[in-house]
Design a protein around this ligand. Structure first.
Ligand code: B1M
Length: 208
C-alpha cells in the first residue's frame, strides 16, 4: 500500500495520531499536497456512504473528521499561496445549526491564498453575527457562508438575506454539498462555488 493509500485508509478509520506522520511520509514520497488532500476528501465520502448505510455512526464520523483536520494542518503551509495582494477581508462561517467545518476550513485556506485576510467565525453562526463581523472588521469585501445539511439550507438563505438587508457593501458567496448554483441565485447570493479551489477563483472575481 502506498503512503497516500495509507493516509486515505487511516483517515477513514479515524487514526488521528498517525495522520500527521503519514501525511509527511506521503509528501516525502513525492506526492503533491493537493493529491494528498484529495485522498482525504475521498475518505470523507466513504465515511459519508458508510454513515448513510448504517455501517458507522456519528462518533466514527467525528473521529474521521478529526483525523482529516490533523492531516490538513500538515498541508496548510504548503498550500498557502501568495498573500501579498490584498483583496480585503473575507468573513467566513458555517451557518446556524450546522457544525460541519472541514469544507469551510478548506475554502478559508484557498480564499486566503487568493489574497484575502480571513476572519473565521467558526460553525453554527447566526445570520446577524455575519453582519456584526462585517461592521467590526476593516475593509470587508466578501462574506463566505458554508452549509452542509439540507436542513440548514434555510439558514443559508437567512444569512444571505440578512447581510443583503443590512445594506452593507459586501459580496456574498455560498457553497456546501447540498447547495446548487440555482439555489444560490434564488436566495440572492452574489456567487456560488462547488469546491474550495473554485471558491478562491470566484472570490477574486467577485471583488475585482
Ligand atoms: Co455530517 N452529514 N452530520 N457530520 N457529515 C454529512 C454532511 C452527510 C451527507 C452524511 C450522510 O448522511 N451521508 C449528512 C447530511 C445529509 C443531508 O443533509 N442531505 C450528514 C448528517 C445527516 C449529519 C448529522 C445530522 C448526523 C446526526 O447527528 N444524525 C449531524 C448534524 C450535526 C450538525 O451539523 N448540526 C452530523 C454531524 C457530523 C459530525 C459532527 C460527526 C462530522 C463533522 C465534523 C466536522 O466538520 N468538524 C460529520 C461529517 C464528518 C460528515 C461527512 C462524513 C463529511 C463532511 C466533510 O467534512 N466532507 C459528510 C458526508 C460527506 O460529505 N460525504 C456528512 C469533506 C469536505 C472537504 O467536503 O464539507 O462537502 P465538504 O466541503 C467541500 C464542498 O462542499 C465545498 O468545498 C469543500 C471543499 O472542496 N464547500 C464550499 C463547502 N463549503 C463551501 C463554501 C463555499 C464554497 C464551497 O463558499 C462559501
Amino acid at each position: 500500500m502506498s503512503k497516500i493509500e495509507e493516509v486515505k485508509a487511516k483517515v477513514e478509520i479515524g487514526k488521528t495520531k498517525l495522520i500527521p506522520g503519514l501525511v509527511q511520509e506521503a509528501l516525502d514520497e513525492g506526492n503533491a499536497p493537493g493529491e494528498i488532500l484529495q485522498a482525504m476528501v475521498d475518505s470523507m465520502s466513504v465515511v459519508g456512504e458508510k454513515f448513510s448505510s448504517g455501517e458507522i455512526f456519528v462518533p466514527e464520523m467525528l473521529i474521521a473528521a478529526k483525523a482529516m483536520s490533523k492531516g490538513v494542518d500538515v498541508l496548510r503551509p504548503l498550500m498557502a499561496g501568495d498573500t501579498s495582494a490584498s483583496l480585503g477581508t473575507c468573513i467566513i462561517g458555517t451557518v446556524a445549526g450546522d457544525l460541519h467545518d472541514i469544507g469551510k476550513n478548506l475554502v478559508s485556506m484557498m480564499i486566503e491564498s487568493a489574497g484575502f485576510t480571513m476572519v473565521d467565525l467558526g460553525v453554527d453562526v447566526p445570520a446577524e453575527r455575519f453582519v456584526e463581523a462585517v461592521k467590526e472588521n476593516e475593509n470587508v469585501t466578501l462574506v463566505a457562508c458554508s452549509g452542509l445539511l439540507t436542513t440548514t439550507m434555510p439558514a443559508l438563505k437567512e444569512a444571505v438575506q440578512t447581510i443583503k438587508a443590512s445594506g452593507l457593501d459586501v459580496k456574498v458567496i455560498v457553497g456546501g454539498a447540498p447547495v446548487t448554483p440555482e439555489y444560490a441565485a434564488e436566495i440572492g447570493a452574489d456567487g456560488f462555488a462547488p469546491d474550495a479551489g473554485s471558491a478562491a477563483v470566484k472570490a477574486k472575481e467577485l471583488v475585482a
